[in-house]
Write a protein that binds this ligand. Structure first.
Ligand code: C2E
Ligand code: SIN
Ligand code: SIN
Ligand code: FE
Ligand code: FE
Length: 356
């Protein structure tokens, strides 16, 4: 009972399949006075059983062993889901498919117990003895219970691995979707080719210089790619207007960060990426929109992004003006230190531009 409780604790507490199976083997060896034991894992794609963990062997040969389903002992164990017992290994000799792997081990007795879960075999538990087993009642029962524990541990491991894989694929699909949206937004806005990609890469570089935590970079990346997603709510006649906006048109244009907030709020995955779409038109002196945030009230990522966005906007043609020269853009941006832009963030940005 004590052994089983301890095994149970280990299996529940870890996703490390080697640790779980190693624990079971250690208990097998100590509680049942067994000389050697190992686990083989079923690989359904190749229809083989492969060694995964073991203890008590003199040589490491067994670790390289595989068993093809259909070979001798697998017929009883995997196909008929029954125990395979060999009382005297000397009698079966080389007809035993495990013989080459246990040559100098001087084993005499052998048990193979299938690991069965939900009616399917997912592995094999092998037990080897150098002296004949004194059969005590309960001994084989205990071996079966250990095999059940191992089957559960392996099943949990498969579930966990599949879940991780699915999770990974899902996140990958999200990010691919976001990149697609971002490209669509650039096209609608008649932005120069790759505007979103460019400001995103530059913002990530600047964020690293600013010492922002690496784990926030994914959010910053998604936020930058989607910074003007709120412009989806701005009509063409305003967004694409070749000339200056009227006061009424500006009222609508200034709503684009709020539209972004409304659009992204219900999407839990994108909530941590909200700062840039919502706050990229706030200004250091509090004269920006939509909320008039001031100084460090503005999230750092949005303060950094704002500089990059204006830099890239002025360096590109717009429906309402031609691009500016690099010199003119730098002069203009410098003139906004402390009013539009965070002065420290601006210094970092100018260093970055200098290096390029
Ligand atoms: P955007 O074109 O992506 O520009 C982003 C920001 O870069 C602007 O935010 C502004 O801070 C800076 N910027 C861009 N172009 C100029 C410029 O010619 N001169 C100066 N001094 N700064 C510039 P802002 O001003 O809040 O504008 C937000 C968005 O409103 C712009 O995004 C653009 O889509 C639209 N917009 C701004 N001005 C006009 C305009 O005169 N006509 C039209 N049709 N749209 C405008
Ligand atoms: C934000 O979380 O979007 C801005 C931070 C703030 O409210 O100060
Ligand atoms: C962010 O706005 O995402 C970064 C906040 C900070 O690190 O201060
Ligand atoms: Fe914007
Ligand atoms: Fe932009």
């Amino acid at each position: 009972m004590r052994a089983l409780r301890e095994i149970d604790l280990v299996i529940r507490g870890t996703t490390d399949i080697y640790l779980s199976l190693k624990t079971i083997i250690d208990f097998t060896l100590s509680e049942l006075q067994i000389d050697a034991a190992d686990f083989l894992l079923l690989e359904p794609h190749t229809n083989t059983l492969k060694y995964i963990a073991g203890h008590g062997f003199h040589s490491t040969n067994i670790e390289r062993s595989t068993l093809k389903i259909g070979e001798d002992i697998t017929r009883h164990t995997v196909l008929q889901q029954d125990v395979h017992h060999i009382r005297d290994l000397a009698k079966v000799g080389d007809t035993f498919s495990r013989a080459p792997f246990i040559k100098d081990e001087s084993f005499v007795e052998y048990y193979a117990i299938p690991l069965i879960i939900k009616g399917n075999v997912n592995g094999l538990f092998e037990v080897f003895q150098r002296k004949p087993l004194k059969f005590e009642s309960g001994w084989l029962d205990f071996l079966h219970i250990l095999a059940n524990q191992a089957a559960i541990a392996i099943d949990n491991y498969h579930l966990f691995k599949n879940l991780n894989q699915l999770n990974h694929e899902l996140l990958q699909a999200y990010d691919t979707t976001i990149e697609g949206w971002s490209k669509a937004l650039d096209m609608r806005d008649k932005e120069t080719e790759g505007h979103s990609r460019r400001v995103t890469n530059m913002t990530l570089e600047l964020a690293r210089l600013a010492g922002i935590n690496e784990e926030k970079m994914g959010h910053i990346k998604r936020g930058a790619l989607l910074h003007d997603i709120g412009k989806m709510g701005i009509p063409d006649q305003i967004l694409l207007k070749p000339g200056n906006l009227t006061e009424e048109e500006w009222v609508i244009m200034r709503k684009h960060p709020v539209f972004a907030f409304q659009l992204l709020s219900p999407i839990e995955y994108l909530n941590p990426a909200m700062d840039i779409p919502y706050c990229h038109h706030e200004k250091w002196d509090g004269s920006g929109y939509p909320r008039g945030l001031k100084g460090e009230e503005i999230p750092l990522s949005a303060r950094l992004f704002a500089i990059v966005d204006v830099w890239d906007a002025l360096s590109s043609d717009r429906p309402y003006r031609d691009r500016w020269s690099k010199k003119k853009v730098i002069e203009h941006i410098k003139s906004l230190s402390g009013t539009h832009f965070d002065p420290i963030a601006l210094k970092l940005f100018l260093n970055l531009i200098d290096k390029q």
